[in-house]
Design a protein around this ligand. Structure first.
Ligand SMILES: [Zn+2]
Length: 465
């Protein structure tokens, strides 16, 4: 006996010939519920123009959550393709309703008993058909976008881009000036984070009026738009019909600097080899990268909001980095490294043990889910056990990540001359990892007054044991 049915409707433009207004879907579903005598507790509606893109559908997720919580006991949709487009989603849906003990799925075109194999197979076949339609729709849309992109025409709507008027063509002088400034600062090595907080302090807001964050800033600076170029699938495809604020060459450099995925999690710009490795001998704070006004890269003990330093120490980056690289390469060429080699060997064994535990835990989670599905254990037992195992897995994943750090040295251990030869060609992240594998930190002493030349005596490396 159904007591709390759910109606799910989805607006989608991917079937242009039989486009279904959401009201029509809802009306049909309500009528069906009335015929079946199912009281409808809630209607879930997603405005989803592109299910095939794998975009999240909030109402659908909410529906699944409510089913999981045991608050719904039947689902009505206009047709099963409203529910899911990806086979993966369909399997998840089966899992959820099976776990919740739901049998009743009604569609306007006919009911499917999901408790039976035949019913599930029917749903799978319908899903496969929908998927095929979705693929051909995707091809159609892609073609249209490619045509637009090739023509350098405007595509899409929404809020105006920063630096441009509402017509998305005319450059706004005041904002363009800011875009230029930001581009130069990033290229000089300023971090996105510090630029954002600077913009917000200066009261410069985004086009939507919300404060700047690194995601918004990054995507603006990486866009081809600011250099008058049209993009397609993140690739620059040619000149656009609007003007340029920065040069295409600057865009190319910005994309190289900001495109590094490792930079995303890092506070420091990637151009700084010794990010997080320098310590102020005066106050103990970690130095941060901050270019001089003339653009030369430098590290400073920073004061002010968000910083804990004393402001008394700064040093230019180039000479210091060259010095430390030499010291690291020299270090890797000494017998001290033989000891590290031996230590690393034991670490590898340890790492494979941790990896084994992780795999075991994953199997345990799967078994638990099966036991729950077979009703051998209850929901709260399942959740309690799962929480415990997941906590252990998180700890082990972190442990494993720490251990694999030293793999940066793979291939170069005991072969320092090869490392020296290739050093300049290694990506900065790799160089950083190699330095970090042997160097704990460098203590930076104050400059001696009157001494303007680079002074190696100011830098005391502290090696890892
Ligand atoms: Zn300091």
């Amino acid at each position: 006996m159904v007591q709390a049915a759910a109606i799910y409707a989805r607006i989608s433009s991917d079937r242009d010939d039989t486009y279904l207004a959401v009201e029509r879907q809802l009306a049909d579903c309500r009528a069906l519920a009335a015929r079946k005598g199912w009281p409808v507790t809630e209607e879930y509606v997603d405005n989803d123009i592109s299910a095939y893109s794998g975009k999240r559908r909030p109402a659908y997720r909410r529906l699944l959550d409510d089913i999981k919580a045991g608050d719904r006991d039947a689902v009505i949709v206009w047709q099963t393709d409203r529910l899911h487009r990806q086979p993966k989603e369909l399997e998840e849906f089966f899992e959820v309703i099976e776990a919740a003990g739901i049998r009743d799925l009604a569609t306007v075109s006919g009911d499917i008993d999901l408790a039976t194999d035949v019913g599930q197979m029917t749903a799978r076949i319908l899903g496969a058909v929908a998927r095929k339609e979705s693929d051909s729709m995707r091809r159609r849309i892609r073609r249209k976008h490619e045509e637009l992109a090739a023509a350098g025409k405007l595509a899409g709507g929404g809020t105006r881009p920063f630096g441009f008027d509402d017509d998305r063509r005319t450059i706004r002088a005041d904002e363009a000036q800011i875009v230029k400034e930001l581009a130069h600062r990033v290229l000089a090595g300023d971090s996105l984070r510090s630029i954002c907080s600077d913009l917000n302090t200066r009261g410069i807001s985004t086009v939507t009026g919300v404060p700047w964050n690194t995601t918004v800033l990054r995507s603006m600076l990486m866009s081809g738009r600011i250099s008058g170029q049209r993009e397609h699938h993140d690739e620059i495809v040619g000149p656009a019909e609007w003007g340029a604020i920065v040069s295409p060459a600057e865009t190319a450099r910005l994309r190289a600097v900001l495109g590094d995925p490792l930079r995303r999690t890092s506070r420091m710009p990637r151009r700084y080899l010794l990010a997080r490795m320098l310590r102020c001998s005066h106050c103990g704070a970690t130095l941060v990268s901050r270019p001089k006004v003339d653009g030369r890269r430098a590290y400073v003990c920073a004061t002010g909001p968000g910083f804990v330093g004393c402001g008394k120490i700064s040093c230019l980056a180039d000479d210091l980095e060259a010095l430390i690289v030499e010291a690291v390469l020299f270090r890797l060429d000494t017998p001290a490294l033989a000891n590290r080699l031996a230590k690393r060997a034991t670490k590898t064994t340890e790492a494979s043990a941790v990896a084994g535990t992780l795999a075991q835990d994953q199997r345990r989670l799967d078994e638990l889910a099966e036991l729950f599905a077979d009703r051998a254990i209850g929901k709260s037992e399942w959740l309690t056990a799962r929480r415990r195992i997941e906590a252990r897995m998180t700890t082990n994943k972190k442990k494993l990540a720490r251990m694999t750090q030293t793999t940066a040295l793979d291939g170069y251990l005991g072969n320092a001359s090869a490392l020296r030869e290739h050093w300049a060609d290694l990506p900065l992240t790799r160089q950083q990892a190699i330095v970090a594998a042997v160097l704990d930190h460098v203590a930076v002493l104050p400059a001696v007054r009157g001494r303007n030349r680079f002074d190696p005596q100011r830098f005391k490396p502290v090696w890892r044991r």
